[in-house]
Design a protein around this ligand. Sequence first.
Ligand SMILES: Cc1cc2nc3c(=O)[nH]c(=O)nc-3n(C[C@H](O)[C@H](O)[C@H](O)COP(=O)(O)OP(=O)(O)OC[C@H]3O[C@@H](n4cnc5c(N)ncnc54)[C@H](O)[C@@H]3O)c2cc1C
Length: 372
Amino acid sequence: MPIPPFTASHDGLRREIREFIRSEVRPHADEWERDRWFPDELFGWFAQRGYLGLKYPRSHGGAGGDYLDDAVLAEELAGCASGGVAAGIGAHIGIATPPIWKFGSDQQKRDYLEPAIRGERIAALAITEPDAGSDVASIRTFAREVDGGFLVNGAKLYITNGVRADFLVTAVKTSGEGGHHGLSFLIIERGQGVRSTKLDKLGWHASDTAEIAFEDAEVPAENLLGERDRGFYLIMANFQWERLLMALGSVAGMQAGFELTLELVGSRSVGQTTRHALAEVATTIEVGRALTYHALRLFHAGIDAVAEVTMAKLATQRAACDTAARCLEIVGLDPGTDTHLLERHLRDARLGPIGGGTDEIMKEILGKTLGL
Ligand SMILES: Cc1cc2nc3c(=O)[nH]c(=O)nc-3n(C[C@H](O)[C@H](O)[C@H](O)COP(=O)(O)OP(=O)(O)OC[C@H]3O[C@@H](n4cnc5c(N)ncnc54)[C@H](O)[C@@H]3O)c2cc1C
């Protein structure tokens, strides 16, 4: 029986995605991790099956589903054995295209959302800067109004898909006002005045995380996304969903690592210490899943779930690092066992307490919801 909010129809979708990931994606994971890159064509493979537009309306080329379909995809992506692949595909679907769906003009949806759903154009969301991560109000990339549009100068950091993206949904300042005021979003096409540099990282090896420099990048006026100077609301609009996606991905990632651990220790007789360690890992995963599904049910029902979503993210990200380390310790005790996938789990999990708002920021938000 599917666990609510999922239904039998989600189970059907889950089986279909799982088979696709198992047979078409996972066999390439080791090679793509080694290459520090997965081919752009992968977006086309997902698009052919409708997976890049599950929650988007049919009128824009989507599958006409809802957030729960995307939730199933986020969980199943964890089975691809590469956090980098899940991150690249996930950023395109989960954070870069939603603002165009919610705030874009019809023309912007035709020019950017629809080709993104077809896998023809790759998207990235560019908010973070060298001096503006948790504190988005410190963004300094500036878009100066010129005849017919904007001239953009500044730098972005740690942008997923930042090298391969055809367009960047970019946070810029459009006025000299301080704080959250004067923030806007522009859809910036790759091209003259946009330079990307790929960064080396601890984990997510197959994904291209980039530093991006804008040097007099020309952006036409029609690429202003949403209302000018009100970009802060656009940033806030997708945070709950991004954090839920991260919680779902972490729970599924923990489950995958745990099942692999059971498989690897399965043939030996385990002592009480190992048995108890595995029992604790299983409990941690179940706690994370229960909290995440609770937040998902509230979110799906349209109920204000800021506290629950925040707790779900906080409870699952560091837990994924800890369970990956424990699983590795358990399996690594057996000389000669192949631990490379568990090592990858551990490396890939480290982003969780940082991306989409750090653990400290989650605690700040929760403090506020508690009136502190
Ligand atoms: C692999 C990877 C992929 C990413 N992909 C993207 C992407 O696609 N698009 C994008 O825009 N960004 C992306 N990011 C950036 C990510 O969102 C930021 O790294 C994150 O928001 C934290 O910002 P920061 O790195 O500047 O750290 P900082 O904000 O400088 O934080 C440093 C430390 O200080 C703590 N801290 C900061 N403020 C407070 C506070 N008020 N109270 C208590 N503690 C605080 C933090 O918790 C952290 O421990 C990515 C990052 C990584 C590593």
